[in-house]
Design a protein around this ligand. Structure first.
Ligand code: GLN
Length: 456
């Protein structure tokens, strides 16, 4: 814990931690020492971790990297962070992210973007750690903590993991409780571990997972021993290679990485099969209707009355002006864009044309996966991202759709509710890390982790 606190203080330039909690960390570490002395140490006893700012932490500012939650200090702890604490984990502080987890580069954060500890060979250009869990990824990659929590609505664990050379797992929807996690798109959001390797991911997931009566979408099934699943044996497993992920303009180095990952699995004894997920090309548009729709509803609660920031009012301003001014000041541009898109696609005149259509497309995307799994495929291998980390500022210019295209390989999984993991798998020509994604059957995170383990 002391080593991490020192490293964090020396790494302010990365803007990974936006809120440090050294007193809490030291008190929890002392408790861990006592538990170890008594021989009563739980799995994560004394392990120092960072928590994404989207998780409510009792008595510790939780702002979702938004101005509108300025000064919000929750009176309760999210289920996932409470469970990690219950296993002895030590909290070092809160980690940077895109505002309300909307973004792929961390640049929508009110704190300013977290910075990737990696650089292109021979260049000083600061790179994005990805998003939205960019602070978590940067912190783990720079050894500021042993592991971190992330959340993934459309790729926000897997893309930053790929950009920083770490491992990131999005569990099956319903595996981890969403209670106490600030909501973005409730039917897609899922918490998961961001770690140095697959074994750590398995251990962290074991602590984070489990049924919670306070989240009706959390599933009441046993949490297996994920670490025990790591045998490295993938002989006879059927790995699907989806044709539709060979997108136009895929950089050679991404195609090569995918090819190499395929060969590694084949050499380990897996059976490689070509598969088709025909509705893949509709995933991004469906996601960027459904996620904003749910966000516009979830973010309606930030009205200047109940939480955080309230705008200064002029004489004569009524409640409508209070809402308008507070939300105009409190939400950044990307969040405002999503609230407006979401309100539009849910409005009476456009509901059928956009929101309902997107829901039908979502069902077809899920059916594509169901069909492939029913045909005996155990896991699906794809690239995690269409490129390596890009420079801060390089993509955040006028056209938001360019940024959305980053999620092309990751959003399908959230729409279908499946588990998926990104593992570091190589480097690009400039020495930057690249990630491969494995997608698993629902609630089969154990075999999924094991397949990823065989790629390490
Ligand atoms: N980049 C995607 C978005 O902006 C995904 C974000 C996430 O998974 N939280 O919506």
């Amino acid at each position: 814990t002391e080593a991490c606190l020192g490293a964090i203080d020396g790494a302010d330039a990365l803007r990974a931690f936006v809120h440090k909690t050294p007193e809490i960390a030291r008190a929890q570490a002392a408790q861990a020492d006592a538990q170890i002395a008594q021989g009563a140490a739980a799995d994560l006893c004394g392990v120092p971790i960072g928590i994404k700012d989207l998780f409510c932490t009792e008595g510790v500012a939780s702002q979702a990297a938004s101005r509108i939650l300025d000064g919000f200090v929750p009176q309760y702890e999210s289920s996932v962070t409470a469970q990690l604490r219950g296993q002895g984990a030590v909290m070092l502080g809160k980690l940077n992210m895109d505002e309300f987890a909307m973004g792929s580069s961390n640049e929508t954060s009110v704190y300013g973007a977290a910075v990737n500890p990696w650089r292109r060979a021979g260049s000083d250009t600061p790179l994005t750690p990805g998003g939205s869990s960019g602070g978590s990824a940067a912190a783990v990659a720079a050894d500021l903590c042993l592991a971190a929590t992330g959340t993934d609505t459309g790729g926000s664990i897997r893309q930053p993991a790929a950009f920083t050379g770490i491992t990131g797992l999005k569990p099956t929807y319903g595996r981890c409780s969403r209670w106490g996690i600030i909501a973005f798109a409730s039917s897609l959001d899922q918490a998961g571990p961001m770690t140095r390797d697959v074994r750590d991911a398995a251990i962290m997931l074991g602590a984070m997972a489990g049924h919670d009566p306070r989240d009706s979408t959390s599933v009441d099934i046993p949490v297996p021993d994920f670490e025990a699943a790591l045998t490295g044996d993938v002989r006879g497993k059927r790995i699907g290679i989806p044709n539709e992920y060979r997108i136009e303009g895929m950089p050679d180095e991404i195609a090569k990485l995918w090819e190499e990952g395929t060969s590694m699995l084949r050499e380990a004894g897996a059976e490689i099969v070509e598969i088709s997920l025909p509705h893949t090309k509709y995933a991004l548009p469906a996601y960027y209707v459904i996620a904003p729709a749910e966000a516009s509803s979830n973010l309606a609660r930030y009205d200047g009355v109940r939480f955080g920031h309230r705008a200064a009012l002029d004489a004569g301003d009524g409640i409508t002006e209070m809402y308008e001014k507070t939300r105009a000041e409190g939400f950044g541009a990307e969040v405002q864009r999503r609230v407006m898109v979401g309100t539009y696609v849910l409005s009476a005149g456009f509901y059928d044309a956009y929101y309902n259509r997107a829901r039908k497309v979502r069902a077809l995307i899920k059916k594509d996966f169901d069909d492939v799994f029913a045909a005996g495929v155990d896991a699906i291998l794809t690239p995690a991202t269409p490129s390596a980390a890009f420079g801060l500022g390089e993509m955040s210019d006028a056209d938001p759709v360019r940024m959305y295209l980053n999620d092309v390989f990751t959003v399908t999984v959230n729409l279908a509710g499946l588990p998926a993991i990104s593992v570091p798998a190589g480097r690009d020509a400039e020495g930057l890390p690249l990630g491969l994604q494995l997608i698993g059957r629902p609630f089969e995170e154990g075999p999924l982790l094991n397949a990823a383990y065989s790629l390490e």
